[in-house]
Design a protein around this ligand. Sequence first.
Ligand SMILES: [Zn+2]
Length: 145
Amino acid sequence: MSVLGISESVYEAIRSHGEETYPHECCGVLLGHSSPEGWRVESAVRAGNTRTDSAHNRYHIAPVELVKIRREASRQGLDIAGFYHSHPDHPAQWSPTDFAEAHWIGCSYVITEVAQGKAQVTNSFLLAGTTEEDKRFENETIRVG
Ligand SMILES: [Zn+2]
């Protein structure tokens, strides 16, 4: 199983973002370095949730925003390690929509459950595989610190 390494401050920033946007979903991009065991996340960049039709159970990052984030990341010598979003009053498990909309193979997808405004469980899933056809989510361990 791969390991997502993340500092306590970045981990807490992700979780509090979900509390702030409750009852809507939050979303953002994780920047870091890859290592043999998994991603080491160095920072989290908040992104605007561009879905206005059902912001409580869908998230989307505008391509133009992603390009900007990616450019800034490479300036700092970082890669896009993955993405995070919250599940207001839903478990921290990926949904069929999350899976369908996940295209960054090799990246980590972090989900935080926010129940009644309080961040609960946070899980990470590695998008494994080689193509859209054989992609799959694999559970990974989050190591905080
Ligand atoms: Zn989701």
